[in-house]
Design a protein around this ligand. Structure first.
Ligand SMILES: Cc1cc2nc3c(=O)[nH]c(=O)nc-3n(C[C@H](O)[C@H](O)[C@H](O)COP(=O)(O)OP(=O)(O)OC[C@H]3O[C@@H](n4cnc5c(N)ncnc54)[C@H](O)[C@@H]3O)c2cc1C
Length: 390
């Protein structure tokens, strides 16, 4: 049976996240966007309320929420501001490889830290010459005695300047392409350097930095999963995290739709509110359908994970569709506002800038289509073991 009726717990969690977005995020979101302000106060409050790290299992101090629960929270936070939501939810991306492949000791130490204090962690895959094609990465990890020595640089790392620890992908077999990549956990105090703070088009309250690992040493047990299996771990991670990005995109699109609906009822042209013009009504109708379908695809992809089922295809459908419609809906919202939509004083131009990244990070819109094409042309059995939390 297909049933997306939310439980009472899910409804109250969603309401709490919405209230937080309305009272704590929205009032500062446009100022933080203008100034690129780091939202430390919001991080502290969200952590206190349990709106961060919902994915952490109870044995590591977390609430052990499901993936659908997480998607509900992410849509609301992103409705408030997707830049701040990216900051608040990035721990999920950094933790997923550890949850999938880390030892109990590593989980207790590094995941446990996040439940004890409002700390952040970063996921370090991308490099200047290795974006969509991660097999081109140049960062290396070499075993020397009882240590791994990691050497290289990662770019566009969310929360990179503020992270307490990093999930880092590095080549352990240089000649083996994506089959020569391994995953490591690196504490910041191992000697990690922050090189560059990016000035961005949108999501300006999120932090994006270049992070360098100059001959950084970590103990042997900081290898996550098996040696040379890091690429698989990264792909399994994205199955888990893409529903969250899709939820964020749904939140941005919903915010834009709501602003457009309100404005279309207030703005009078040719003697009537512009909402009376059928061209505007049809635009609003299309925006509403897109938000509705993005949420359905998101919830479906998250629910499959909660059922312990493989969701590679569905998470790419959700991420691709929600990311694309967030761009379309925010662009249409600017259109509904007319010339005012182009002016910074009005709220929708920020949403249009914020939406763009949702078609880029955690696999671009083109890479999602590659995954969808592969899964459609060469389908795998739907009931394979889950790629969810270990
Ligand atoms: C704000 C921000 C935050 C980010 N956060 C993180 C993070 O926390 N951790 C992290 O590791 N990375 C992060 N990234 C990196 C992000 O995931 C990459 O930017 C993204 O994967 C694309 O890589 P690229 O920028 O090198 O683009 P490229 O891979 O160079 O792609 C350029 C264009 O070519 C297209 N393209 C590439 N290959 C193909 C193909 N085979 N078929 C069709 N089209 C193709 C792409 O879709 C894109 O349109 C972040 C990026 C940004 C901007």
């Amino acid at each position: 049976m297909v049933d997306f009726t939310l439980t009472e717990e899910q409804q109250s969690m969603r309401e709490m996240a919405h209230e937080f977005a309305e009272k704590e995020i929205r009032p500062v979101a446009w100022d933080y966007d203008r100034d690129g302000t780091w939202p430390q106060e919001i991080i502290d409050k969200a952590w206190e309320l349990g709106l961060m790290n919902g994915h952490l299992l109870t044995e590591y101090g977390g609430p052990g929420l499901g993936h659908l629960d997480g998607a509900l929270v992410e849509e609301e936070l992103s409705w408030g501001c997707s830049g701040i939501a990216t900051t608040l939810t990035c721990n999920g991306l950094a933790c997923a490889p550890i949850e999938l492949g880390g030892s109990d000791r590593i989980k207790k130490d590094y995941l446990g830290r996040l439940s004890e204090a409002p700390l952040l962690a970063s996921f370090c895959l991308t490099e200047p010459d290795a974006g969509s094609d991660v097999s081109g990465m140049k960062t290396t990890a070499v075993r020397k005695g009882d240590k791994w020595v990691i050497n290289g640089s990662k770019c566009f790392i969310t929360n990179g300047e503020y992270a307490n620890w990093y999930t880092v992908y590095a080549k352990t077999d240089k000649g083996a392409g994506h089959r020569g990549i391994s995953c490591f956990i690196v504490p910041r105090d191992a000697g990690v350097l922050v090189d560059k703070h990016e000035d961005k088009m949108g999501q300006r309250a999120s932090n994006t930095a270049t992070i360098t690992f100059p001959e950084v040493e970590v103990p042997l047990d900081h290898l996550i999963g098996e040696e040379n299996h890091g690429f698989k771990l990264a792909m399994m991670t994205f199955d888990v995290t893409r529903p969250g990005v899709a939820a964020m995109a749904t939140g941005v699109a919903r915010a834009a739709l709501e602003f457009a609906v309100q404005y279309s009822k207030e703005r009078v042209q040719f003697g009537v509110p512009i909402a009376m013009h059928q061209a505007i009504q049809f635009m609003i109708a299309d925006m509403a359908t897109k938000v509705y379908l993005a949420r359905l695809a998101t919830w479906n992809s998250a629910s499959l994970l909660d059922q312990g089922r493989r969701n590679t295809l569905e998470s790419s459908h959700a991420k691709r569709y929600a990311g694309d419609i967030a761009m379309e809906v925010t662009t249409d919202a600017v259109q509904v506002f007319g010339g005012y939509g182009f002016i910074k004083e009005y709220k929708v131009e920020k949403l249009m800038r914020d939406a763009k990244i949702l078609q880029l990070y955690e696999g671009t819109a083109q890479i999602q289509r590659l995954v969808i094409a592969r899964e459609t042309l060469l389908p795998r059995p739907a009931q394979q073991p889950a790629t969810t939390k270990a």
